[in-house]
Write a protein that binds this ligand. Sequence first.
Ligand code: M6R
Length: 590
Amino acid sequence: MCGIVACILKDGSAAPVLLECVRRLEYRGYDSVGIATSDPMIRIKKDSGKIDEVDAELDLADLPGSMGIAHVRWATHGLPTAENAHPHTDCSGEIAVVHNGIIENYLEVKEELESEGHIFRSETDTEVIPHLIEKYMDEGMDLEAATATALRKLRGAYAIAVVSSREPGRIVGARKESPLIVGVGEGEYFLASDVPAILNHTSRVIYLDDGEMVILDGDLRVTDMEGNTVEKEIHSIDWSADMAEKGGYDHFMLKEIHEEPSAVRDTLTEWDEVLGVVEEIGEVERICFVACGTSYHASLVGKYLFESLLGIPTDVILASEFRYSAGALNDRTLAIFISQSGETADTLNALRAANSRAKTLAIVNVLGSSATREAQHVLYTRAGPEIGVAATKTYVSQLTVIYMLVAAMGAPELMDRLGRVPEFMERALKDEDSIRELAATCSDVSDFFFIGRGFAYPTALEGALKLKEITYIHGEGYAAGELKHGPLALIDNGVPVVAISPPGPCHDKTLSNVEEVRARGARVIGVGSISDESLRKEADDFIGLDPEVDDVISPLIYIVPLQLLSYHVSVERGLDPDKPKNLAKCVTVE
Ligand code: M6R
């Protein structure tokens, strides 16, 4: 969470560039925004609120100097106030720092610095960094050595960028357990938490590793914390700046839902990579998926696939629970870590713990992210950058890789059906108008239920997650058969129940559960085959999908109308679906 950017330009003004770059990171946090430039004096503009609000008030691009740093915050330590907004400075205002991560021992360091006379102005953990750098520069170190010495004193996670008027023309960056990439332009350099931030300026990128520092000063040098030079490879990124634009849509989320057919098509081109990884991995007796949120729901679909099609016992563990529950890994277990960002702290920690005990495979969307460098094997989803906080096209791309993996491990017949998924999705997307109308009729309810059996159960969970995160309506996903064990008590007159019932062996039993909720007054929104007359008859509202989509393949297609429903309910309620409150796209804290 939090996004940081830095740039050092050949000429021209850095502030407009920093503003443009940091806008592309707003999905990482929108509690506050701030920019510091150096000319060489450090000047700062910052405040709490979303970028547009703060910009309207402060005119963030109006700062002198051709180099600087910028930040968007997702608050952890200290309220989202102007004082706690980054950049943070030392006592003299000559050193400014932006930071993504958490400094765990900041209280003891702060106490020590205060006893030495340093004056703190915020409640953040970050502020100890500029004060420590100040202390070491006062002792005679240069910016690079002072930053390295400061970081050696700190425990926790960080990606930082530092500027100082005492050393004009230089930016120092460093990372440990929080992402930081270097953009290499023509005589100009960038730092950013994520690639989309800098795509308008360069597609040449260096991925920093933990414990590395980078010094930008008209040239570029990467070192370890002892100052030894580290040779790094420059990667060319095939994502374009347009991919991170709204492209005429009102919101990124809507654009990204409409990109799902092409995201699946592009991901299907990874078939040779999947075959290669399956061969490298060799024999597997057990699968263990580990993930969070939407990626966890994709993993649940994996369980149904591996167990029903291949008979391989499969566990699915929430990454944040992994350390308390994953006892049975061994060298014949394949632990699969699913993460859009490849930077989720819980998932990375679980991956690190599993690496010495099992075969590990990461399924990731963001190129070069931490998970891709730490897992033994990697497969990419080809969804392109996803900016909306709600995962949509990356979810169906994750599913596509999981289906391909199952196909490669013994169910090749899946591939023909997968090939038709984009066409089924395109048909589902054509129904958007009727889903918008449906959304208008249920935007003021307080509860929503989603039910499904078998392959439709993870779809129910994911449908509920999408709804609650962007509409703030209480949404629950249940296995349809579980209702009578408790949740049925919550069903009342008019409560919407979305019943997901694709053709397949679970269909009739789901229909019985639909009857149960109807008998208690629920408003049933049926989601099934367009030719499913029995579900249509039971339902108050009906979303019809291609009759050729059966339950096995349904998770890829049935989620599309549910994403659209959440999106339109969110818009109907006057919310911004791209930036749900309290959330951030990349969760780099435990
Ligand atoms: O980047 P990851 O896939 O590891 O993120 C995991 C969750 O934070 C994420 O899936 C989250 O639940 C979604 N953004 C919700 O739409």
